[in-house]
Ligand binder design. Structure first.
Ligand SMILES: NC(=O)c1ccc[n+]([C@@H]2O[C@H](COP(=O)([O-])OP(=O)(O)OC[C@H]3O[C@@H](n4cnc5c(N)ncnc54)[C@H](OP(=O)(O)O)[C@@H]3O)[C@@H](O)[C@H]2O)c1
Length: 399
């Protein structure tokens, strides 16, 4: 019986994980669940899965959950704050931690799981993007097994030879990272400044949380995945090529020196990579319908347009620059996306804000978690300042 902690259980990945776990009660036991503030859903999950612990970041929400659980005679104990998240990530009684918190908030709990040598199912790409070297060193030191949940990285993982970690020695010539191109792949570029948060969140193929949906629309998501792939597969940026594939059926590919290309295909449903990681190296039923090749139609592939998607270019530049540049990029993106979702800036301002932060960024090599968090905080402040400047300009033009 594998005992599993799900960090971010109330989100899209968290709920898909619980859907898979519920299909295999004899193999998996939910040990702990965690969220920021979604008390009602977390309460339902606690009743359904009866975890030992439920961790809630927001103290008021934690108090509410405690009252509800007591009234329902539940034995689940409530923890609160970041300390609670770290506790359930590193708990001796846990075998597997699903890292499905969105954004930089997931870094510390995910690192706790890595340092404790857990099997870590990594959906929270931002954690690896922010702290790649630290994260990788911690995994080596503790022996933690990092399995990629992101569908593209999971596909690449499935297409690589398990026994060889050096891509060149394994005969790999290219990692082909595919992406749908999001909802604005063909929209007139001059109309992108009018995009509303609702339009940006309406992904044509995937049903996801708001932040990753906006990242998919700007293609920053593919950029973060590019950086994530460099760390996960010990690849340099020249070994990774991005391909647009609007149907999201081929989830990524690996090209070998002899001309062979291995691809992983499947429905655009995150339960497949989640089930793959949970059971690896075995396979379990995920609840996902098999592909019907007679109904697929044709599959298209093309090169991405970096003018239409400046965020993708900025992310690749940050990957090449290394050091704390990806940390700054990620922080600036999180701030800009949040402002866009709140209606504070335009869709096209997201790339502008990130570009400003990156242009003025002085690269350094973060050697500790404190250094990563400092870079994250400085880039956030710089992004906020650029957003204020945008507002001042807008007021001057309208005033
Ligand atoms: N969705 C996908 O298909 C998909 C695919 C590949 C990778 N990913 C990655 O998986 C991660 C999760 O994405 P998602 O789409 O599942 O996001 P989501 O639906 O927005 O869910 C986010 C989860 O994180 C929790 N959370 C948010 N802020 C937090 C904080 N400050 N501290 C602790 N918990 C916090 C939320 O709790 P509350 O509900 O209480 O706010 C929720 O449980 C992201 O890194 C994303 O890039 C997602």
């Amino acid at each position: 019986m594998q005992r599993v902690s799900v960090l971010g259980s109330t989100g899209s990945i968290g709920q898909s994980t619980l859907d898979v776990l519920a299909r295999h009660p004899k193999k998996y036991r939910v040990h702990a669940l965690a969220a920021r503030q979604s008390v009602d859903l977390l309460f339902e999950q606690c009743l359904a899965f009866r975890p030992v612990w439920a961790a809630v970041v927001d103290p008021i929400a934690a108090g509410k959950l405690e009252v509800k659980l007591q009234a329902a005679d539940s034995n689940t104990q409530v923890l609160q704050g970041l300390a609670g998240l770290k506790q359930i990530a590193a708990d001796d009684d846990v075998d597997t931690v699903v890292a499905a918190i969105v954004g930089a908030a997931g870094l510390e709990p995910t690192l706790s799981a890595v340092e404790a040598g857990k099997k870590v199912l990594l959906a929270n790409k931002e954690a690896l993007v922010m702290s790649g070297q630290l994260f990788t060193d911690a995994a080596k030191a503790s022996g933690a097994c990092i399995l990629p949940v992101d569908s593209e990285h999971n596909a690449i993982f499935q297409c690589l030879p398990g026994e060889q970690s050096d891509l060149a020695v394994a005969g790999v010539s290219k990692i082909l990272l595919t992406g749908s191109g999001g909802p604005f792949r063909t929209r007139a570029p001059e109309s992108l400044h009018e995009v509303s948060p609702e339009e940006a969140c309406a992904h044509p193929n995937w049903d996801m949380g708001k932040k990753i949906s906006v990242d998919s629309a700007t293609m920053m998501n593919k950029g973060l995945e590019f950086i994530e792939a460099c760390w996960l597969f010990n690849a340099n940026p020249e070994q990774i090529e991005i391909l647009l594939h609007p149907q999201s059926i081929v989830h990524s590919m690996v090209q070998y020196n002899d001309g062979s290309v291995l691809a992983q295909l499947g429905q655009p449903d995150m339960r497949t990579p989640i089930a793959h990681c949970l059971a690896w190296p075995q396979r379990i039923f995920s609840g996902v319908e098999p592909l019907d090749f007679t109904q697929l139609g044709h599959l298209e592939f093309s090169a991405p347009d970096f003018t239409r998607f400046p965020c993708l270019r900025l992310a690749i530049e940050a990957a090449r620059a290394g050091g704390d540049c990806p940390t700054a990029l990620n922080a600036a993106n999180e701030v800009a996306v949040e402002h866009f979702l709140q209606g504070g800036i335009r869709f096209t301002d997201i790339a502008r804000v990130i570009e400003k932060v990156m242009t003025n960024w002085t690269r350094s090599e973060p050697k500790s978690l404190q250094a990563v968090l400092k870079a994250d905080s400085e880039a956030r402040k710089a992004a906020e300042i650029h957003i204020q400047t945008l507002h001042l300009h807008a007021n001057r033009h309208t005033g």
